[in-house]
Design a protein around this ligand. Structure first.
Ligand SMILES: CSC[C@H]1O[C@H](OP(=O)(O)O)[C@H](O)[C@@H]1O
Length: 381
């Protein structure tokens, strides 16, 4: 069961938005999620008391983003164990909630293994539940650390590729605090550039159909104080053609052994544009997103979602007022500047570097990928 309760607008939090937290009120342990389907209009928390509620939250993208899905999956196993539900059944349901982001299955597997090991060692269900929770907390901490290391490595790569600072970076979907135990993956690099005075502008793809860019990345960018501009996905080409993009930074949901990168729909066209316009196309993801057991891009299961997400605007609506307003209903934070060309010239082809918490891999050669796969095996049980 998931209860919803809104938080008052005055508890606006810093950029590091706690997208997930474990809580232990008197009535029993819960997993509290910031409901991302309600942002940016409202900050509403979902309180999950069992795995089915968390599975639904994952499927509805109330909680989303590969690294955070791993953390949520691990906490979900711990929640089932702590509340005395059938753990193996809960773990299976959680791991199967969404197919593409490999981190979800990785997080579930980690907490399940800890639970199994302790139960096998002591036969003590309470101790086993504690072991699953400890595994989830460890994963949460590790992801926060990985996020800050990816930010540093990514910024160093930007400075190396683009000497002189003043980076104009284009990003797709949402890869900030809302997908992470820390400040995110690709967005964390942009944030680091902003904080060090080396980000001139973040171009934010709105990311149809669920508008993770307009609703979530603009929300995080607004909080950070960085210069950002929202654009429709189909307007990116004209920005490249105008020479307004110095680099592309995106996240990943799964990186296959051959270096194929599964990421939000609309990422591949950006890779083609970047290659055609000789712009670095940089993927930022933790090592655990590299999946040695998926040989190539064709082996990645791409989630197919309901058609109504395209045919309807289901984003939360924020009534706007003021002379500059067009009388419509905003789906982005108030004051968000937008780029809105009426026409563009569509260009042709492929991709540049993978940044993990262990460094930047560029060029992405078969040997470099083999090393990434080995590291992924070492850090992923
Ligand atoms: C770095 S994880 C964020 C990743 O997840 C997003 O997908 P979704 O919003 O469906 O969870 C998108 O692919 C982002 O790049």
């Amino acid at each position: 069961m998931a209860d919803q309760y809104a938080r008052s607008g005055d508890d606006i939090r810093p950029t590091g938005i706690p997208a997930i937290r474990w809580d232990e009120p008197p009535e029993g342990p819960v997993l509290v999620l910031l409901d991302q389907t309600r942002l940016p209009a409202e900050e509403v928390e979902l309180v999950c008391t069992d795995a089915p509620a968390l599975v639904e939250a994952i499927r509805s993208l109330a909680v989303r983003g590969a690294p955070l899905l791993g953390i949520a999956g691990a906490y979900g196993v711990a929640l089932a164990a702590a509340r005395g539900f059938e753990v193996e059944e809960a773990a299976d349901a959680l791991a199967g909630a969404r197919p593409t982001a490999v981190n979800l299955a990785v997080g579930v597997r980690r907490a399940r293994a800890a639970h199994r090991a302790e139960l096998g060692r002591t036969g003590d269900r309470k101790a086993a539940a504690g072991a699953a929770l400890a595994a989830a907390r460890a994963l949460h901490r590790e992801d926060a650390e990985a996020s800050s290391r990816m930010a540093a490595h990514g910024l160093a790569l930007l400075d190396e590729l683009l000497p002189g600072g003043g980076h104009r970076v284009l990003t797709h979907c949402n890869t900030g605090s809302l997908v992470s135990g820390g400040e995110g993956t690709a967005f964390a690099v942009a944030l680091a550039a902003h904080r060090s005075g080396r980000l001139r502008r973040l171009w934010v793809d709105e990311t149809r159909p669920l508008l993770q860019g307009a609703r979530l990345t603009a929300y995080e960018a607004a909080r950070s104080g960085m210069a950002y501009t929202l654009l429709t996905d189909n307007a990116a080409g004209s920005l490249f053609a105008a020479g307004e993009v110095d680099a592309v930074l995106v996240g990943a949901d799964r990186i296959a052994a051959d270096g194929s990168v599964a990421n939000k729909v609309g990422t591949y066209p950006l890779a083609v544009l970047a290659r055609y316009h000789h712009v670095p196309f940089i993927v930022v993801a933790p090592v655990t997103t590299v999946d040695p057991d998926t040989p190539d891009g064709a082996s990645i299961e791409v989630e197919q979602r309901a058609g109504h997400e395209v045919t309807e605007i289901t984003a939360p609506q924020v009534p706007v007022a003021g002379a500059e307003a067009g009388g419509g209903i905003a789906v982005a934070p108030l004051g968000t500047q937008a780029y809105n060309p009426a026409f563009d010239v569509t260009p042709p082809e492929l991709v540049t570097a993978i940044v993990t918490e262990e460094g930047a891999v560029s060029p992405v050669t078969p040997d470099a990928l083999a090393e990434l796969c080995d590291r992924s095996r070492q850090v992923t049980i």
